[in-house]
Write a protein that binds this ligand. Structure first.
Ligand code: F6R
Length: 607
């Protein structure tokens, strides 16, 4: 949530900041702003709306040439969307941008009011600017370190002090900041996508550390003023991965990138004899030996991946698995001990609730393993073990390639654990792995449904409600299909276990109600067909998805996707692609902002 960028060096800061904000816009897009040093001090330009509105305002401003500045794209938490509430915020000598939430801002505001200091905005961020200014007596490091003692909550700040031109001070507690120094200067941002134009090498600013950026170097200090050298990380993707590359939207590009994302995630983890090998990830195969319970915890789409993981783990390992919504789990006093394996799943690796769930698991001495896409992110760093999805940057707010890559990691874990526990023989495991490898060409084929999905979704664009139904793995996938459609098309939908419909919800199915019915699982296929008949009898418009070209009575559906045939366990991969395409085109037909849907933002770093 919220994108931050800071640059000081030899380049025109205006371009670096605006381009950086454009690449970070998926993190929040209700307002944007920049502040920069000019010959006569710090100037700020900010506005509600997207970065394109900021660009217009900047272009219209009197010409300036600055080589040092900060920029912010906002997802409002405290205070509505207005020019005044947009960042940067200035108070006295301090101008800052912030990602996170200052939880005790009201107390701080009261204390500052007692000193005769009042904010002009309704934001928690301005209170932070006021506090730092209040503590500032010419030594920025000292003021920032002092501020840590007062501030509660999560924050990443980039701060300009009016009497320290050309220098950016950054402080991190909870919210991410990554930085690099390159030939042309020093740059810091919330996410690597804003840095990739300048460097593939970067570091993550450690928690409660301060980075001081000058044009010649970045110096990182710990809380005791000791200079530290954070570990350098390297990304294996380039600028083109963070651009649309000819696609009209990032979401469509990312849907089409799934074969590559899965190849990169699976292939390096297959050893001779087609067996899973997670040793390159530092996962000892003994990790599962003492485990008698698995808890998967995550949010949104990542949690839906967990629902599929549960089915696979329980089927193969015969160990009880629960899937917990991280924001619930963290407050439920869950039962865990050192025989529990807690798996957290997160694309960004920064989701506040998932991170809190992980920290809670650690306090109970559970073993922790995370499935994460962003290297060096908080969840990855704090877990005992990490399995990275190599999906590349995911920029559309709606998660697509990260989801299927998360599924592939869960399958790899399930197979590898089953082998270790002696639940499958090497021969059986190798057969399962063969199935996993087959999903890559199958997804390539499923992507050719693009045109059909575009056509069929015209029938969804005007509906108000719809249902996704399925059983077993198909029900778990229905949950994902439903959130995907809701978040980008704003059409209400529900995912239902098909057998449960008649216990209440069937009353909502009337003439023309669209029902997307997943029938890919052979053990419940005939039951599923009966459930489809039930909705059909009430007039539902049925979009049927099957695994392979099964013979099915054509009177029970209006439209049919016959997926390339895979063994049942792997059908969620191809079916997910069809659901993603249906959601995508429904949003396009409704003329909506597919990549940046209203009220949402990627990377939910606040609770
Ligand atoms: C939906 C979506 C969200 C995220 C959720 C968790 O398409 O993207 O539901 O899955 O906010 O985010 P991560 O995976 O970054 O923890």
């Amino acid at each position: 949530m919220c994108g931050i960028i800071g640059f000081t060096g030899e380049l025109d800061a205006k371009n670096v900041l605006l381009e950086g904000l454009e690449s970070l816009e998926y993190r929040g897009y209700d307002s944007a702003g920049i502040a920069y040093f000019n010959d006569d001090g710090i100037h700020t330009i900010k506005t509600t709306g997207k970065v394109s509105s900021l660009r217009e305002k900047v272009e219209a401003a009197p010409k300036f040439h600055s080589t040092c500045g900060i920029g912010h794209t906002r997802w409002a938490t405290h205070g509505g969307v207005s020019d005044t509430n947009s960042h940067p915020h200035t108070f006295g000598k301090v101008t800052l941008i912030h990602n996170g939430i200052i939880e005790n801002y009201h107390d701080l505001e009261t204390k500052l009011a007692a000193e005769g200091k009042y904010p002009v905005s309704q934001t928690d961020t301005e209170i932070a600017a006021m506090l730092i200014d209040h503590l500032y007596q010419g030594n920025p490091m000292k003021a920032l370190k002092e501020a840590i003692k007062y501030l509660e909550g999560a924050y990443a700040f980039c701060v300009l002090f009016a009497d320290k031109p050309g220098v950016i001070y950054c402080l991190r507690n909870g919210s991410p900041l990554v930085a690099c120094h390159c030939e042309k200067g020093s740059i810091i941002a919330s996410d690597m996508v804003a840095l990739i134009k300048y460097s593939k090498e970067y570091f993550v600013l450690p928690e409660q550390h301060i980075a001081v950026l000058t044009k010649d170097q970045i110096t990182v200090y710990d809380i005791n003023d000791k200079v530290v050298s954070p570990k350098m990380l390297y990304v294996n993707w380039d600028l083109s991965a963070a651009m649309k590359g000819g696609y009209p939207h990032f979401m469509l590009k990312e849907i089409h990138e799934q074969p590559e994302a899965l190849r990169s995630t699976i292939i390096p983890r297959v050893r001779k004899g087609n067996l899973p090998d997670l040793s390159g990830d530092g996962l000892p195969h003994t990790i599962i030996d003492s485990i008698n319970r698995i808890i998967i915890t995550a949010c949104g789409t990542a949690m839906h991946a967990g629902l599929i993981g549960k089915v696979m783990f329980e089927r193969l390992l015969r160990i009880p698995v629960t899937v917990e919504i991280a924001s619930e789990f963290r407050y439920q006093n869950p039962i865990m001990d050192n025989n529990t394996l807690v798996i957290t799943i997160s694309q960004s690796g920064e989701t506040a609730d998932t991170l809190a769930a992980l920290r809670l698991a650690k306090t109970s001495h559970a073993k922790t393993l995370s499935i994460v896409n962003v290297k060096g992110s908080s969840i990855a760093r704090e877990s005992d073990y990490v399995l990275y999805t190599h999906a590349g940057p995911e920029i559309a707010v709606a998660s697509t390639k990260a989801y299927t890559a998360q599924l592939s990691c869960l399958y790899l874990l399930a197979f590898s654990f089953a082998l270790e526990k002696g639940k499958v023989t090497e021969e059986e495991c190798s057969k399962e792995m063969e199935g996993l490898l087959q999903i890559i060409p199958a997804i390539e084929k499923a992507l050719t449904f693009d045109v059909l999905a575009k056509d069929i979704s015209k029938n969804l664009k005007d509906c108000e409600d719809l249902f996704f139904i399925g059983r077993g793995l198909d029900y778990a996938l229905s949950c994902e299909g439903s959130i995907k459609l809701k978040e980008i098309s704003y059409i209400h939908s529900e995912a239902y276990a098909a057998g449960e419909l008649k216990h209440g919800t069937l009353s909502l199915v009337t003439e023309g109600t669209p029902v997307i019915a997943l029938a890919t699982q052979s053990n419940v296929y005939s039951k599923m067909i009966s459930n489809i008949r039930e909705v059909r009898a009430r007039g539902a418009m049925v979009i049927l998805i099957t695994n392979g070209n099964v013979t099915v009575d054509s009177s029970i559906y209006d439209y049919h996707f016959a997926l390339p045939h895979l063994s049942d366990d792997f059908a969620p991969f191809t079916a997910a692609v069809v659901l993603q395409l249906l959601a995508y085109y429904t949003s396009v037909h409704r003329g909506l902002d597919v990549d940046q849907p209203r009220n949402l933002a990627k990377s939910v770093t606040v609770e």
